[in-house]
Design a protein around this ligand. Structure first.
Ligand SMILES: [Zn+2]
Length: 382
């Protein structure tokens, strides 16, 4: 099957994932399609259910055996879409002006077709170390697929490339992100006399100052100039508290994010933040609680001198950089794989109406992936 036909079939198989049940779909049809192709290409395929009914699933497809080897990884889901804003059917791959339009064309269904095309250049007898194609579920919402892999401790390999759209530039670092809540419980009362209650909004005002001060304090201790901005940031994003001007505010909730530098730990930073906020609330007789609203995506960093980083730099002519978005990189890293993010397409057109990938971006990606297979699976370099 031709590369473009495969991309067309993948884009034509809907696999939207979303935290809202109204938009969420199974990814299983994409997993089944990939398994059929990969089995035909000599891979041993294992479908790992992520939900009990198996409608959300990961695929681990392996050719060759032994230690070492290379994982080519991608997520099989897409974000939801705004149908009326698309100029063509988002589920019908449409070629216009040298571009292939379709939902998931750049982010990141084309990468699976690229991986298959590159793998087809090698015979089973060529492989001294395993080549694994990995497809995950739910990367765009909960990262449940990647979390299930970590839980299962699989797959195991020495190196991994995640084919997110980076314009075929290697990425070895990004921040972690956690969405957090902070709740302050006070006591309502008549506003004419502040001593009749405990004002949660007054506490939150101090809490927010403490968060801003903590950002400065952390920035003074930890800085990574490769990242933009080069510090851990806290965004005060949403606040809800109180009900009327003549009542003392009894309860207030703040939602904020934490964009954490590599090398730092969410639990430790949250612990220090809460200790600082608790100090700011001393004497107010307010109760503080809070924590992550979802499991965080950890920071990701692969050392600049890792073999996979050096290989990707040499093959693409670009030195490894950073991105501002989260990926499954930290999860594959935690499985012991030396991981780089590298794939065709532009992240700037992803998650938007009329997402596309340049036709001209595909062949160079096939060539780079094939050379990585050559190096880490055929020559079996560690
Ligand atoms: Zn993606």
């Amino acid at each position: 099957m031709k590369l473009l036909e495969r991309i067309g079939r993948l884009v034509g198989t809907p696999s939207v994932s979303a935290l809202s049940a109204a938009h969420d779909m199974p990814n299983r049809p994409v997993i089944d399609l990939l398994a059929e192709w990969l089995e035909g290409a000599g891979f041993a395929c294992e479908i790992m259910p992520v939900t009990p009914d198996g409608q959300k699933a990961n695929l681990i497809a392996t050719r060759g055996r032994g230690p070492g080897g290379l994982v080519l990884s991608g997520h099989s889901d897409t974000v939801p879409f705004d149908g009326p804003l698309w100029q063509s059917d988002p589920f019908k791959l449409t070629e216009r002006d040298g571009r292939l339009y379709g939902l998931g064309s750049a982010d990141m269904k084309s990468f699976f077709a690229v991986a298959l095309e590159a793998a087809a250049r090698f015979d089973d007898r060529d492989l001294r170390a395993p080549l694994i194609v990995l497809a995950t579920s739910d990367e765009e919402c909960s990262m449940a697929g990647a979390r299930a892999l970590v839980q299962a401790g699989r797959p195991r390999a020495r190196h991994a490339v995640i084919g997110e759209p980076t314009g075929l530039r290697p990425i070895r670092m990004h921040k972690g992100v956690s969405i957090e809540a902070l709740e302050i419980q006070g006591r309502a009362g008549h506003s004419s006399d502040p001593s009749l209650g405990r004002n949660a909004l007054d506490g939150m005002r101090r809490a927010m100052n403490a968060i801003v001060e903590y950002q400065d304090a952390l920035a003074a201790r930890h800085r990574r100039d490769e990242l933009h901005p080069p510090i851990t940031t806290f965004n005060l994003g949403a606040i809800r508290g109180g009900d009327s001007a003549n009542r003392i505010c009894g309860h207030c909730t703040l939602h904020h994010d934490v964009r954490l530098l590599p090398g730092l730990d969410f639990d430790a930073v949250r612990g220090e933040l809460h200790a600082r906020v608790a100090r700011a609330l001393e004497g107010l007789e307010l109760t503080l609680s809070g924590g992550p609203l979802h499991p965080p995506v950890p920071p990701f960093e692969t050392p600049a001198d890792a073999a996979i980083v050096r290989a990707c730099e040499a093959l693409t002519g670009h030195s490894a950089g950073t991105v501002a978005f989260g990926t499954e990189g930290p999860f594959l890293s935690s499985l012991g794989m030396s991981t780089v993010i590298l794939g065709p397409g532009d992240i700037a057109v992803a998650h938007q109406p009329n997402e596309y990938i340049d036709l001209a971006a595909l062949q160079p990606a096939v060539d780079v992936v094939a050379q990585l297979i050559e190096r880490f699976c055929v020559r079996g370099e560690a």
